[in-house]
Design a protein around this ligand. Structure first.
Ligand code: FAD
Ligand code: GLY
Length: 381
């Protein structure tokens, strides 16, 4: 690799880095290169369940909820565009999501969720036990009822990554795989490029979208106001001969996701174990038991696959999208924690607009990295 000028260098080819790459390219930015320490799309973005469910778990409205809903609503057009651009179907499945109640506590939580979402004019239906079982006959007879969210969907996240990669190939955007970015090059308060395997590349703008590894790359930046930490999530997959469920189904301790190919995903754990991405037998059996509580007939199926990924989490659990004041040439798009697949379209839209127009969108003003610095000043830490 020789030194050359680029308009934008993207660090990290997960769903976030790839989505931003496509959005920039569609806005006319042509000299883009993408770097990934491993294989494109094969970290958290590969491990995910692909749920696009802002409403199912939400207990309040606010900027984060709005961002999630806006991003979900971009998916139908995105799926159609990607099919047109690459010929690949990302399998956006709009059957909706159920959140089931099995205990008094569940009933109470779901009733509160139903009330606020109805009052906010959101699409949600309160189902009795018999209605749930009519909709999904394999659900346990112990079910007490549930909420149905017709607009909370799912997508095949792996196909999404492959499609975004295909977009880059078709448009001759170079992705350097197995090429770790070791650090950023700075000059007088401005990031001017990246350092990778002994070489340096310069660019007008560097976007760091390195998920759970973001802090490692930014370590040299003394003014870095935040730390992004890895949170391991394990998932299992069960194979079935035919599709048993139509909808994504949550219980209070996990979820099952029926894929179009008949596979049922069950997830997930939330573990603070650093950068360990290995799987554990304990997690596999607890996820299997969780799935069987939702649908007891799954007990006859075998675990066909088991994997883990590292979710990137910021100190407040919210995404980090925007610039750091005082450091020009650097843009962060990271820390999407449990919602990076859902938030990829809106993050790409925000980042591309900010970078091309040189401004700050409403959302990057709210979710920008400086919120941590301001908090630190206020609390004296
Ligand atoms: P990643 O996909 O991790 O990509 C970061 C990339 O940066 C990697 O490819 C990595 O190799 C690269 N990188 C790291 N260091 C360097 C370096 N030094 N130089 C160059 N490249 C580097 N979200 C949802 O919306 N819906 C879900 O249903 C859902 N389910 C999930 C289930 C599980 C089990 C897990 C683990 C996550 C789930 N998520 C879900 C969250 C979602 O997967 C993440 O938020 C999202 O994938 C983050 O995308 P990313 O591109 O930031 O990170
Ligand atoms: N959003 C699902 C998960 O992170 O497990």
């Amino acid at each position: 690799m020789k030194a050359e000028n680029h308009d934008v260098l993207i660090v990290g080819a997960g769903v976030i880095g790839l989505s931003i790459t496509r959005a920039l390219h569609k806005r006319g930015v042509k000299r883009i290169a993408v770097f990934d320490a491993g294989v494109c799309g094969k970290e958290a973005s590969w491990a995910a369940a692909g749920m696009l469910g802002p409403q199912a778990e939400a207990d309040e409205t606010g900027a984060f909820f709005d961002l999630c809903c806006e991003s979900r609503d971009l998916y139908p057009a995105l799926a159609a565009e990607l099919l047109d651009e690459t010929g690949v179907d990302i399998e956006l499945d709009r059957a909706g999501t159920l959140f089931l109640a099995f205990s008094d506590e569940d009933v109470q939580i779901l009733s509160g969720r139903y009330e606020w979402q109805r009052a906010a004019g959101l699409a949600v239906e309160n189902l009795e036990s018999a209605q749930v079982r009519r909709a999904e006959p394999f659900v346990s007879p112990d079910v007490r009822g549930g909420l149905y969210f017709p607009n909370d969907w799912q997508v095949d996240n792996r196909k999404l990554c492959l499609t975004l990669r295909r977009y880059c190939e078709i448009n001759e955007i170079r992705i350097y795989e197995n090429t770790s970015v070791d650090g950023l090059i700075s000059d007088d308060g401005r990031v001017t490029g990246i350092q990778s395997t002994g070489s340096s590349l310069s660019a007008g703008q560097v976007v760091v979208a390195a998920g759970a590894w973001t802090t490692k790359i930014l370590f040299g930046e003394k003014q870095l106001p935040l730390k992004v930490e890895p949170v391991r999530g394990q998932m299992i997959a069960l194979n079935t001969a035919k599709r048993l469920f139509e909808r994504v189904i949550y219980g209070s301790s996990g979820y099952i996701v029926p894929r179009l190919n008949g596979q049922i995903l069950a997830g997930s754990t939330t573990e603070m174990v650093g950068f360990q991405r290995d799987t554990t037998d304990t997690a596999a059996s607890s996820l299997f038991n969780m799935a069987c509580r939702i649908a007891p007939s799954l007990v006859n199926l075998e675990i066909a696959d088991h994997w883990a990924g590292l979710r990137p989490r910021s100190p407040d659990g919210l995404p980090v999208i925007g610039r750091i004041e005082g450091i020009d040439g650097l843009y962060l798009a990271t820390a999407h924690y449990r919602n990076g697949i859902l938030l990829a379209p809106s993050t790409a839209r925000i980042a591309a607009a900010d970078i091309v127009e040189g401004g700050n969108s409403v959302y990057s003003a709210i979710f920008g990295p400086d919120r941590f610095r301001l908090r630190a000043v206020r609390t004296g830490n």
